[in-house]
Design a protein around this ligand. Structure first.
Ligand code: ATP
Ligand code: MG
Length: 356
């Protein structure tokens, strides 16, 4: 059994939202505090963000520190977790390049998350990624670079939302192919999904299937919930207010804010029967969200006071991550027989061949 290594990342395309929180961040903080792992890595995926924002580098540049602040605000602790920036690890590009040989175009085209995201971003059939509407190769192949992110650090556990399931499946396929061709080198990761469906893929405030920075339908961790605006049809299924309650509400919230009900099931039953207004449910949601988000907002304010320290924390994280990256790449090069200068046997064998 490989030692436990936890790894996840987020794209710096905006501040983090409550979808990230219930889908992945909350679990990361919990895993961090439980301990029992060899390493835990959390990285800011700026190189991946550039695959669909290559023409807006300023957006990515500005959001790196925003994501780092959200991490610290949520309770990720740099003394326990290595927090780093993806583009600062050149080994990732190197490993991705070799993984490209192990994946077919057809397999990438079948990846359901890539399919949805291509549609969502409006990439068309054009042949010009910059001035036309074509699909950039970098975006199309991001599942491959994501496989490199995971395997370079030999991650065994990846706590993410349900949209990442196809990525993890592809990563496992790549690891199996690599190991069967080049010998046992890389480790198969396991996805760690949130327990309930609402948290696995939190919908947007517009009722769209997924809350996503790129869709502008988010409740950001820094948002004051009193200002949220949620579209609410009058039934529990597909009602964002109830989905958010599913993801956030605990029984003790009723004791605190709405003692008429013991738990969410009772509230839902009354709502479904009729005679319970949407406004009351929304108010309750605001209180529940506020209880969870208030401490996060307060901690963020503290970390915002020393931005240079946040960059310094990231720089240290990069240094640490590169040590692991270099070790794995040594093993990869050896397995792939491209470690010429360290390959004494090869040099000896060939000099013998020519001395005969
Ligand atoms: P973008 O629109 O730029 O892709 P995003 O909002 O999808 O941004 P990511 O950085 O792609 O955010 O995702 C970071 C992590 O958060 C991933 O683990 C992903 O599964 C999780 N996540 C993102 N959105 C949601 C959501 N709505 N519900 C649950 N988990 C989510
Ligand atoms: Mg995303």
């Amino acid at each position: 059994m490989a030692e436990k290594v936890i790894l996840t990342g987020d794209r710096p395309t905006g501040r983090l939202h409550i979808g990230h929180y219930v889908g992945s961040l909350r679990r990361r903080v919990q895993l961090q505090n439980e301990g029992g792992y060899k390493d835990m890595f959390v990285f800011i995926a700026d190189a991946q963000a550039l695959t669909d924002n290559f023409d807006n580098p300023e957006k990515v540049r500005q959001n790196v520190v925003e994501v780092a602040l959200d991490y610290l605000a949520c309770g990720l602790d740099p003394s326990k977790v290595t927090i780093f920036i993806q583009s600062a690890i050149p080994e990732l590009a190197e490993l991705s390049f070799y993984f490209m040989n192990l994946v077919t175009v057809a397999r990438l085209q079948r990846n359901p998350t890539v399919k949805t995201e291509i549609k969502m971003r409006g990439f068309g059939e054009g042949d010009d990624a910059v001035f036309g509407s074509g699909l950039p190769v970098g975006f199309f192949t991001y599942p491959i670079s994501q496989a490199a992110d995971i395997t370079l650090f030999k991650a065994t556990m990846v706590p993410v939302g349900a949209d990442q399931k196809p990525m993890l499946e592809q990563t496992v396929e790549i690891v199996r192919k690599f190991n069967s061709i080049y010998g046992e080198t890389l480790v198969e990761p396991e996805i760690v999904l949130p327990q309930n469906a609402a948290s696995q893929r939190l919908p947007g405030t517009d009722g769209k299937a997924k809350m996503s920075k790129s869709l502008g339908n988010c409740i950001y961790l820094g948002t004051d919930p009193l200002h949220i605006n949620v579209a609410d049809p009058g039934h529990v299924e597909g009602n964002a207010v109830f989905t958010y309650l599913d993801a956030f509400c605990r029984d003790e919230h009723f004791g605190l804010y709405w003692p008429e009900y013991a738990n969410l099931d009772e509230l839902k039953a009354h709502y479904t029967k009729g005679g319970l207004g949407d406004v009351k449910c929304k108010r309750f949601l605001e209180k529940v969200l506020n209880e969870e988000l208030e401490p996060i907002r307060a901690r963020r304010k503290e970390f915002e006071k020393d931005i240079p320290a946040v960059y310094e924390m990231l720089r240290k994280g990069v240094d640490k991550a590169r040590e692991t990256a270099a070790r794995t790449m040594d093993e990869v090069r050896k397995a792939m027989k491209i470690n010429y200068f360290d390959d004494k046997a090869l040099i000896e064998e060939q000099s013998k061949k020519y001395s005969l």
